[in-house]
Write a protein that binds this ligand. Structure first.
Ligand code: AHR
Length: 497
C-alpha cells in the first residue's frame, strides 16, 4: 500500500474554472460527422438528420465549445461548398484523410447542431490552400447581420440572425509538414497577423487563436511559438497547443505519467509567450487554447495504409479505449485544470467515432467509451475556483518523464457550496491511501467518492457491454482523518461538503 496526502485550503486559488476547458472537436474526418453527429435515416434522427442519441450523449458529456471543421481537413477546405441547396453541393477530395467529402454537412448544419447541443462553436479558417479573402468571406457570412451578398445568402438559407461566432482558429497545425500549405514560422506568422488584422476590421470583438506547435516533440517547438507571437502578439488572444499520447512498447507506467509532458508543454509555451510579451514591452497576456488533446494510438494509424479508393466516411482513427487510457486521460484533464490561469480553452479531439468518447454504429447503437466518464464527471463537478493543493506523494521512475508522483490531483471549490477533488493513482502494483487535510474548510466531510477502475486495466466498453467500465461508488472512505483508498490504476472523484 502507498500513502500520500494533500491539503485543501480555499485561500490558495489558481484561477476560476473556465467552462471552455470542456470543449471538443468535430472534424470532417472518418465517421465523426457522417454516421457520427449526422445520419439521416437513423432511427433516432431528427428533422435535420442529426442523431438524437449522439446529441443526448454530447449533452451528458457536458461539452462547452466545439471546434470545426478541422483539423488537417480545414487546410484544403472551401467553406462555400457546404452552403446552399444540398443537391447542388460539390463532391470533393478530402486530401488530408484520403476520402470523398460530400458536403452534405457544412457551416449552417454544424451551427444548427451547436444550437441543439447548446454549445459554443469555435471556427477554423483555411490558411493552407486559402487565405485572407476566404477567411473574411466566411466571417462575413457567419457574423454580419444582413444587407451584403454573403450575409444575405445566409439569411436566404434560413439563418436570419448572425451566428456571432466569437472564437476563430487562424489555420491548423501549420508547423507540420503533413499540413496542406505547411509554412515556416515566419511565413505563417505574417499570414496569421494579416488575416487577424482584416478579420478584426470586420468584427473587432473576435477571440483569435494563432497556431502553436503540433506537439512538444516538433523540431521547431519553442522557436515556432516565439516567431509566430513576434508577428501576431497584439492581434491574437491565444496560442494553440496540440498533444496526443499513447502507451508505447508496453510501458504502462510511463504512459500513465503522460500528463507530465503536458505540464512541461504548457509551462514552456507560457514562458515563451511571456518572453515575447516582455521584449515587446507589452502588459497583455497571451492565453493557451489546448485545442487538440487526447489519447491517440497514432503509431497504429501511421503504420496503416491510407484508403486508396477515396471512400465516403470510412472508419478512420477509431480507437477503442481501455481503463488505463481513461486514467491517463483523467491525468491530462487534471493538468489542464491545474493550469487554468493560462489554459482558458481546450478541445478534446474528437467528439464521435474518431479518437472519441462517443462511439456509434451506422443504423445502430451509440455508447460511452471509458474516456467519456472522466470528462463528463469533471465537466459536471469542476466549478468555482481551481485550488493549489500541493499533493505529497511517493514517486516512481519512468523512462520518458523522470521521477513522477503516483498521485496526480486537483481540487475545485465553490464558496459555501461544494469542493471536489479529482485524483488518479498511477501505481500499477498497489492501492494508494490518500489523506486529505481539509481543516481550512471547517469540518468538511466526504459526501461521496466514485472510482473508475477494473481488475483488467485493458478492459473496454463495447456495443454489447457498454457499461463494463463506469464510475462506481468507492466504499473505502474514512472520516477521521479524511482518508480515501484509491485502487491501483484508477480515476477518482471525491466530493466534500
Ligand atoms: O485530430 C486528428 C488530427 O490530429 C487533426 O486533424 C490534426 O489537426 C491533428 O494532427
Amino acid at each position: 500500500m502507498h500513502t500520500a496526502h494533500l491539503t485543501i485550503d480555499p485561500a490558495f486559488k489558481i484561477a476560476p474554472v473556465s467552462r471552455r476547458t470542456f470543449g471538443t472537436f468535430v472534424e470532417h474526418l472518418g465517421r465523426c460527422v457522417y454516421t457520427g453527429i449526422y445520419e439521416p435515416g437513423h432511427p433516432t434522427a431528427d428533422e435535420d438528420g442529426f442523431r438524437r442519441d449522439v446529441l443526448h450523449l454530447a449533452r451528458e458529456l457536458g461539452i462547452s465549445t466545439v471546434r470545426y471543421p478541422g483539423g488537417n481537413f480545414v487546410s484544403g477546405y472551401r467553406w462555400e461548398d457546404g452552403i446552399g441547396p444540398r443537391e447542388q453541393r460539390p463532391r470533393r477530395l478530402n486530401l488530408a484523410w484520403h476520402s470523398t467529402e460530400t458536403n452534405e454537412v457544412g457551416v449552417d448544419e454544424f451551427l444548427r447542431w451547436c444550437t441543439k447541443a447548446e454549445v459554443e462553436p469555435m471556427m477554423a479558417v483555411n490558411l493552407g490552400t486559402r487565405g485572407i479573402e476566404a477567411a473574411l468571406d466566411l466571417l462575413e457570412y457567419c457574423n454580419h447581420p444582413s444587407g451584403t451578398t454573403l450575409s444575405d445568402r445566409r439569411v436566404a438559407g434560413g439563418a436570419k440572425s448572425p451566428y456571432d461566432i466569437r472564437m476563430w482558429c487562424l489555420g491548423n497545425e501549420m508547423d507540420g509538414p503533413w499540413q496542406t500549405g505547411h509554412k515556416t514560422a515566419r511565413e505563417y506568422g505574417r499570414l496569421a497577423a494579416e488575416t487577424a488584422r482584416a478579420m478584426r476590421a470586420l468584427d473587432p470583438g473576435l477571440e483569435l487563436i494563432a497556431c502553436g506547435s503540433s506537439s512538444s516533440s516538433m523540431p521547431t517547438f519553442g522557436s515556432w511559438e516565439a516567431t509566430v507571437l513576434q508577428e501576431t502578439y497584439d492581434l491574437v488572444d491565444y496560442i494553440s497547443c496540440h498533444a496526443y499520447y499513447e502507451e508505447k512498447d508496453g510501458d504502462l507506467a510511463g504512459f500513465l505519467a503522460c500528463a507530465t509532458d503536458m505540464e512541461h508543454f504548457i509551462s514552456s509555451v507560457t514562458a515563451t509567450a511571456d518572453h515575447i510579451g516582455a521584449t515587446l514591452k507589452s502588459r497583455k497576456k497571451i492565453n493557451i487554447s489546448f485545442d487538440e488533446w487526447n489519447i491517440w494510438y497514432l503509431s497504429r494509424h501511421q503504420s496503416a495504409t491510407p484508403p486508396r479508393d477515396w471512400p465516403t466516411a470510412p472508419r478512420l482513427l477509431e480507437d477503442h479505449y481501455h481503463l488505463a487510457d481513461a486514467v491517463a486521460f483523467g491525468g491530462l484533464l487534471i493538468t489542464l485544470l491545474r493550469h487554468s490561469d493560462r489554459v482558458t480553452a481546450a478541445c478534446l479531439a474528437q467528439l464521435v467515432n474518431v479518437i472519441a468518447p462517443i462511439m456509434t454504429e451506422p443504423g445502430g447503437p451509440s455508447w460511452r467509451q471509458t474516456t467519456f466518464h472522466p470528462f463528463a464527471q469533471t465537466s459536471r463537478l469542476a466549478a468555482g475556483d481551481v485550488l493549489r493543493i500541493e499533493p505529497v506523494s511517493p514517486t516512481y521512475e519512468t523512462a520518458d518523464h523522470g521521477d513522477v508522483p503516483l498521485l496526480h490531483a486537483v481540487a475545485t471549490h465553490t464558496e459555501g457550496e461544494a469542493t471536489t477533488l479529482f485524483a488518479i493513482n498511477r501505481a500499477t502494483d498497489a492501492p494508494l491511501s490518500l489523506q486529505i487535510d481539509a481543516r481550512a474548510l471547517g469540518g468538511a466531510r466526504i459526501v461521496q467518492c466514485t472510482t473508475l477502475t477494473d481488475p483488467d486495466v485493458y478492459a473496454r466498453n463495447t456495443a454489447d457491454a457498454p457499461d463494463r467500465i463506469a464510475p462506481r461508488l468507492n466504499p473505502d472512505i474514512q472520516h477521521d482523518p479524511l482518508t480515501v483508498l484509491l485502487p491501483p490504476v484508477s480515476w477518482n472523484v471525491i466530493q466534500l461538503a
